[in-house]
Design a protein around this ligand. Structure first.
Ligand code: 13P
Length: 338
């Protein structure tokens, strides 16, 4: 059994996650999603190739300058490098905090079957114990909110997902793990940016009402959110300044100031868009004296270029790692408004 150096309390860990200039690598795609990413880059998926995919990122030199933590999927938390070093050990020895996605995916909501609710609460407390023992110090739960005109989302689906997020957050805190609450408002759709902002505001406000109605400690959790963006089928590309203004309006209206930090998902934005939008948000947040640190928790926007370079081939690893660290550096700079 190796020793995990993170014995701090959950408030401290939450603050460490959003340390200046650092953010999270969301390496927590489910096996199915990871296979999809590999296949679309011409790689035949298998457990071994999913492991090698993670290894390209985890073995990149200097990632600890830009990453405070990595979110694992359960399979990856149990995997090791080709030299036999468990992934969580490898990362925590570099000062990177291991985390784990603990929800069990979405299913249609009985009361509104075109919407989704996230499962995984039954038996959650028991499932968290071995995650802690294997080195995880924070967790993630993703809810999915879909926009369709003025009809979706329904308040009912938002509320159900919010209650589940609060319940999960309590279980995680009791287990000594920082909860990341991620109600992802999907980019897919033809909605306007203002509609996205409205849904983001309602969703996050409902999540914090549910948090306040439960014994969850707001000072020991992280919010993971989408940016306010026009839908991917709207035909509109928003400027970073527009994104920053609408996103910060939504966050200021809904996230309490004593929350230790907010991280963004990339949600299908290109790597450049996700970098430019983060930079604009960080700049405006400074101007407006936003009360929380803001940074990235990206999967696609920081991994896709390196994956396309790697193509599953050993000889491409050095170039893929170069591409990865270069994107990480730019995203880290962007999180500081640079
Ligand atoms: P993307 O950055 O690819 O949206 O993934 C982040 C994430 O964790 C989604 O749940």
């Amino acid at each position: 059994m190796w020793y995990c150096s993170y014995m701090d309390n959950i408030q401290t860990i939450a603050r460490d996650i959003v340390a200046v200039g650092k953010g999270l690598l969301a390496a927590d795609e489910s096996e199915k999603t990871a296979n999809k990413r590999l296949t679309s880059n011409g790689i035949v998926p298998s457990e071994e190739m999913r492991k090698q995919y993670r290894e390209v990122f985890f073995l990149t030199r200097d990632i600890e300058k830009y990453l405070s933590g990595v979110i694992f999927f359960e399979e990856t938390l149990g995997q090791s490098t080709s030299d036999g070093v468990p992934f969580p050990k490898l990362l925590s020895e570099k000062g990177i905090i291991p985390g784990i996605k603990v929800d069990q995916g979405t299913k249609p909501f009985d009361d509104s079957p075109d919407e989704l609710v996230t499962g995984g609460l039954i038996g959650l407390s028991e499932r968290l114990v071995p995650f802690y023992e294997r080195g995880a110090r924070f967790t993630k739960w993703r809810a999915v909110i879909r926009i369709d005109g003025d009809t979706l989302p329904t308040s009912h689906a938002i509320l159900e997902n919010a209650k589940r997020l609060a319940s999960y957050a309590h279980d995680a805190q009791v287990a000594g793990l920082v909860p990341i609450l991620e109600p992802e408002v999907l980019l897919e759709g033809n909605h306007s940016m203002l509609r996205a902002k409205e849904v983001l505001t309602e969703t996050l406000s409902t999540v914090f009402t549910a948090v306040d109605d439960s014994p969850v400690d707001r000072t020991a959790l992280i919010v993971k959110t989408s940016m306010a963006l026009s839908g991917s089928e709207s035909g509109k590309t928003d400027t970073p300044e527009e994104v920053a203004e609408q996103t910060l309006d939504a966050l200021m209206a809904s996230v309490p100031p004593n929350v230790p930090g907010i991280v963004f998902l990339s949600g299908g934005q290109s790597p450049d868009q996700a970098t430019d939008n983060l930079r604009a948000i960080a700049r405006l947040a400074k101007e407006k004296n936003a009360p929380w640190p803001l940074t990235f928790s990206y999967a696609r926007a920081i991994q896709s270029e390196a994956l396309a370079t790697w193509q599953g081939k050993k000889e491409n690893i050095p170039e893929a790692q170069k591409v990865f660290i270069s994107r990480l550096q730019r995203v880290s700079e962007a999180s500081m408004g640079n």
